[in-house]
Design a protein around this ligand. Structure first.
Ligand code: SAH
Ligand code: SF4
Length: 375
């Protein structure tokens, strides 16, 4: 039998696994703290476990994370890791440091089947879902890598580093990397449980955000199972345009999506939904679009996060100029909305939203993966 990767289990799963080994539930909690809080993968180092249990685990289980292929650090401190997920595939994870928080953006799938026309991941096709170990493994690895950076600073003799409270640089997690998290529901749910569990990462539900292109039935399930903060990728104020930009809209059109958002708010940790809206020059950035958008979200308490389009090789879309961006933002603000315009981080390492490409061996045999560039 292949060794069981313990990173695949949330607390309920690990407790069940330990019961199968004839061990008490508190052992599962102990091992969970070793793995996720102490970052220990070697059972022989888990000093408060009986030697017989350590030996049994060494025979039957592992703690295995994807291998880091490359690590890039941008001039603004943004870090991007490319992780090997087998069969020549790679996924990307990004850490974005800010003054008051540190956000880790993690991937949920190798590629994405939903094929949004402006998204580099979506244009590459889909290979497979990530497992829970590969999803939570990104947080596990990033915590370790960032702790090592911090130790490196200290070794280098920086006087500020030892005083800085960098013990836990990751304060927030967003599932906004490669893939559609709600299309990989079970693996994502177990990873969310681990992020929130006090024996693992202990993040509050407000600090964990799932971003979805609008899979309505899965939004309803998440509301029941684990209502973390929700961001919905809207990108268009009417069905014909959204059908084109976000093809899943043909299955779950805007009226259904708005109702699902209202239902989600009944259980959400915040009293608003974040609507993400990419700005594409000449496509969805006109004043008429802003007005239509205001009418669309009339009954949904929300905040807007405007994302000026980040180009990638082969795209035919353009980012609007700063005047058009400001005009769009001002119209929403005049209607009483809270609006942020997402700053591009990690510019010099292509770490921005929608630029995460990783390495995807497409299995969907879609024939057209790239939008042609107009001459
Ligand atoms: N599949 C999920 C989460 C991953 S995409 C979703 O679609 O919400 C994370 C965010 O990046 C989404 O809002 C997505 O629309 C946006 N995005 C994708 N491509 C982009 C690009 N080229 N420029 C800017 N944002 C992009
Ligand atoms: Fe998939 Fe999100 Fe990209 Fe759309 S924007 S293709 S849903 S990753």
């Amino acid at each position: 039998m292949p060794a069981q990767n313990l990173l695949d289990f949330d607390l309920a799963g690990l407790t069940g696994y330990f019961a199968g080994l004839g061990e008490k539930p508190f052992r599962a909690r102990q091992v969970m703290r070793w793995i996720h809080q102490a970052g220990v993968a070697d059972f022989s180092q888990m000093s408060d476990l009986a030697r017989t249990l350590r030996e049994k685990l060494a025979r039957e289980a592992t703690v295995t994370v994807p291998q880091i292929l490359t690590e890039q650090v941008a001039s603004d401190g943004t870090c991007k890791w490319l992780l090997d997920v087998g069969a020549a595939n790679g996924i990307e994870t990004v850490f974005i440091p800010e003054e008051t928080r540190g956000t880790l953006c993690i991937s949920s799938q190798v590629g994405c089947a939903l094929a949004c026309t402006f998204c580099s991941t979506g244009q590459q096709g889909f290979n497979r879902n990530l497992g829970t170990a590969e999803i939570i493994g990104q947080l596990w690895l990033a915590n370790r890598a960032l702790a090592q950076h911090h130790d490196g600073d200290r070794v280098a003799g920086s006087t500020t580093a030892s005083a800085a409270p960098c013990e836990r640089p990751i304060t927030n997690v967003v599932l906004m990397g490669m893939g559609e998290p709600l299309a990989n529901y079970d693996a994502v749910l177990a990873a969310l449980h681990l992020m929130l569990d006090d024996h693992a990462y202990g993040l509050s539900r407000r600090r964990v955000t799932v971003s979805t292109s609008g899979l309505v039935p899965a939004m309803d399930r998440l509301r029941e199972d684990c209502p973390v903060a929700l961001a919905v990728s809207l990108h268009a104020p009417n069905d014909p345009l959204r059908d084109e930009l976000v093809p899943i809209n043909r299955k779950y059109p805007l009226a259904e999506l708005m109702s699902a958002c209202q239902r989600y708010l009944e259980r959400a940790p915040r009293d608003f939904i974040t609507f993400e809206y990419i700005l594409l020059a000449g496509i969805n950035d006109q004043p008429a679009h802003a007005r239509e958008l205001i009418a669309l979200v009339r009954d949904v308490p929300c905040k807007f996060n405007l994302i000026p389009f980040n180009p990638f090789p082969g795209t035919g879309y353009r980012r609007p100029d700063s005047q058009a961006i400001q005009r769009f933002r001002d119209l929403l603000m005049q209607a009483g909305h809270v609006v942020t315009v997402r700053k591009t981080r990690g510019d010099d390492i292509d770490a921005a939203c929608g630029q995460l490409a990783g390495r995807v061996q497409d299995k969907t045999r879609r024939t057209v993966h790239r939008i042609e560039v107009s001459p």
